[in-house]
Unconditional design. Structure first.
Lengths: 401, 338
């Protein structure tokens, strides 16, 4: 072995040893032992990765809500406290380490990111220890027993379940007199697929006709083909559930063909950050948690948006509301469980939620659906790139997928 | 003092290093222990890659296919039956109605990885250079898409959850030691030497009767079995797995570990895996604040920039890796002690 080789290997090992020592030396702090201990919410969130646009606004709203609750004396005299850990793009090892660290710091409840696949390491770390796991905006029925079997009793999401959202979209379309629809399913996410499936079922139940079913996928470069095929079918409304780069491609693709048919999207298409200038977005609709355009019908929601703006975290979509609603929902569950933060007791209360008031309106859970249903969705319309609140819609039926 | 036999340090060096990391890992806080365990599982994966890429000299982007297969096989077969009936409703009844224990799942993962590698290796091991790289990348793509789309054998595009988290310090350390020992025995065997000869000069190797296709196929199979085994360790470490976690990022990260450590030696594979894992974990912690003499916090996102820059720097300064692609020898240190 040559001298330089030996030194290189030694330097590498020394570097690794320093890293090892630094990591090993990092110890977790212990929770206080006061009689009136705070209720600690450990929040494993993604501050800069794929889920950051969803996690950051939800966390910001939750922090404001916690401040408001603490200013009124907390929950049964106990203050709420949020401790955070950045999962750094939801790397599974980091996410799991975050969850274990937060639990080690005495977290009573664990909050996690807004995608169930990314959230799984955190959720499992919590529910395996009997701790309630909450997501502010996961939008599928996977956050619960469907994904996590018996232990999934302890997993809940304050996002809107896709079946409920798709059903509400169908009701809105029908109420507008749109009698036929052409569907374009983005197959990338279960949430995207389930929204369109639910619309399909509910719209036909209401008497509507589906004239075409197309599919495309995020990252597959096939959205333009779907748009071309969709354009060849005359329908009262085009329905999709999509976000990312496919959203502007889908909308501008249809409009570029001179097709002015209304387009209806889910919460995934909320906001105007994606709107193209040529052609401008027009005759476009989506359903969401809250209108962030200054015209939400709830004064409490408008006040929360004002607080977020003041804090320098103005929301781009209504998804922030999931963070505040999750805090309200958990607080209600703790009160109904007589102050307990035990996972099983909180879960038993949450599944009984029937039109329980939270900041954004009223929400429900059931033993099967641990993701919110029954919300009054805000319908947003975009005309010439300007968004405005059009009305409320609530699903009357949750289609079985 | 006589120079100790090379074989001793060739095996003991990597083994002792792995044991040291395993022991230190047990002293870390619960949240940090995962980083040590992840480093040990990385050693198993990188050693598996080394067995083929390092010894044969043929580039392969496909070894993570076998990690993926092992991870999903071990994961699906260890989820309790009562849970599988509720969450994996589409899989074949044979998979749904049976579960196996931790050790059998690791053996199954190794067996499947080996068989799969043998089958795809039959046609692919006739290739060399860029063609082999592209063909093995195709294997990775096919495996990824089959696992992602075929819900009869797994969860498809969604996360496989509820996998027992059995890879603790002991299992991770033993797993890495098993991989190192198998790699050591193979590279010291006649078969291993023949393959190494074909790496150095294929024409000469052929001229003295070495069947290069056969030797590469054998190495590919052993590598596949070790990679499958490492996949089993990985899924039992995380407790869940998605197809994205055993795809491109892991492919390039583990190849980078091997190249940084030294492509052509077992010592290089182990040093590279531990050095890059340690650096990655440290930078990850540093983004949330870490104490080394004084407390400091790196800006978000600097982890990947630092990691890439340091790896590039190492390769510029030492193209043959930190170890120079050589096995550990103690001659130099013993001489000083005389």
């Amino acid at each position: 072995m040559t001298k330089t080789t030996r030194w290189s290997a030694l330097v590498a090992l020394l570097g690794a040893a320093v890293a090892v020592a630094a990591i090993a030396g990092t110890t977790s702090s212990r929770a206080g032992t006061d009689a009136k201990k705070p209720i600690v919410i450990g929040w494993a969130f993604d501050s800069s990765g794929n889920m950051a646009p969803f996690d950051n606004p939800a966390l910001a709203a939750a922090k404001i809500r916690v401040k408001q609750i603490n200013a009124k004396g907390g929950v049964g005299g106990r203050r709420l406290q949020i401790k955070t850990c950045n999962t750094q793009g939801n790397n599974p090892t980091t996410a799991k380490a975050c969850a274990v660290s937060l639990l080690g710091q005495g977290s009573n409840i664990i909050f996690t990111t807004c995608d169930v696949d990314y959230a799984t390491p955190v959720v499992q770390a919590a529910i395996n220890r009997g701790v309630l796991a909450v997501a502010p905006c996961i939008g599928t029925d996977q956050m619960g027993p469907k994904r996590f079997a018996a232990k999934g009793k302890l997993a809940f999401s304050f996002g809107n379940v896709a079946q409920d959202e798709g059903s509400a979209m169908a009701q809105y379309a029908w109420s507008r007199g749109w009698k036929s629809a052409a569907l374009a399913t983005n197959t990338y996410l279960v949430y995207f697929k389930n929204v369109v499936q639910a619309f399909d079922i509910r719209f036909r139940q209401l008497g509507g006709k589906i004239v075409d079913r197309e599919s495309y996928a995020t990252g597959a470069n096939n959205v333009n083909s779907a748009v071309t095929r969709l354009n060849s079918h005359k329908a009262s409304v085009y329905v999709t559930s999509t976000a990312f780069g496919e959203l502007p491609s889908f909308v501008s693709g249809i409009r570029s063909l001179g097709n002015k048919t209304p387009i209806l999207n889910s919460w995934a298409g909320d906001g105007t950050y994606w709107a193209t200038n040529n052609p401008k977005v027009t005759n476009y609709y989506c359903v969401t948690y809250a209108s962030v355009f200054g015209d939400d019908p709830s004064s409490a929601v408008r006040a929360m948006i004002a607080s977020l703006k003041k804090a320098g975290t103005a929301p781009g979509t209504g998804g922030f509301l999931g963070g505040a609603d999750a805090i309200d929902g958990v607080v209600t569950a703790i009160k109904r469980a007589h102050g307990s933060t035990k996972g099983s007791l909180l879960s038993a209360q949450l599944v009984k939620f029937k039109r329980v008031p939270v900041l954004g309106g009223r929400i429900s859970f059931s033993a099967k659906l641990h993701t919110v249903f029954g919300r009054d969705y805000r319908v947003i319309q975009i005309q010439n790139n300007k968004a405005s609140f059009k009305g409320l819609v609530r699903a009357k039926v949750i289609p079985k997928l | 003092m006589r120079r100790p036999p090379g074989a001793v340090t060739e095996l003991l060096g990597p083994a002792l290093l792995v044991i040291l990391v395993g022991v230190v890992g047990t002293t870390a806080s619960a949240s940090n222990e995962g980083y040590f365990l992840n480093a040990l599982v990385s050693v198993a994966i990188v050693v598996a890659i080394y067995v083929f890429v390092g010894i044969s000299g043929v580039l392969s982007f496909g070894q993570i296919s076998f990690v993926a297969l092992g991870a999903f096989a071990a994961g699906v077969m260890t989820v309790p039956v009562e849970s599988k009936k509720g969450v994996l409703t589409s899989i074949f009844p044979l998979l749904r109605d049976h579960s196996i224990g931790n050790v059998p799942s690791l053996l199954l993962a190794a067996a499947l990885g080996g068989v799969f590698a043998f089958l795809v290796g039959l046609p692919l091991m006739r290739l060399s250079g860029l063609a082999a790289g592209i063909a093995t990348f195709a294997v990775l793509e096919i495996t990824h898409n089959v696992l992602r789309e075929w819900t009869k054998i797994g969860p498809g595009a969604t996360t496989l959850a509820l996998v027992p988290e059995t890879t603790g310090a002991l299992q991770a350390t033993l797993g890495a030691l098993v991989a190192i020992t198998v790699a050591f025995l193979y590279q010291r065997s006649r078969r291993g030497r023949l393959l190494r000869a074909s790496r150095e000069d294929p024409a000469v190797a052929r001229s003295v009767g070495v069947n290069i296709h056969l030797e590469r196929l054998l190495a590919f199979t052993v590598s596949g079995a070790l990679a499958g085994f490492a996949g089993g360790l990985y899924v039992h470490l995380l407790g869940s797995i998605t197809t994205e976690q055993v795809y491109l990022e892991l492919t390039f990260l583990t190849l980078a570990m091997l190249v940084v450590g030294g492509l052509t030696s077992l010592w290089g594979a182990v040093v590279g895996a531990l050095a890059v894992s340690g650096l990655d974990s440290f930078l990850s912690r540093a983004e949330s604040g870490v104490h080394v003499v004084f407390t400091f916090t790196l800006p978000q996102g600097t982890r990947l920039v630092f990691l890439a820059a340091i790896m590039a720097l190492v390769l510029i300064l030492r193209p043959s890796g930190l170890t120079g692609g050589r096995e550990l020898r103690l001659r130099w240190s013993l001489r000083r002690w005389r």
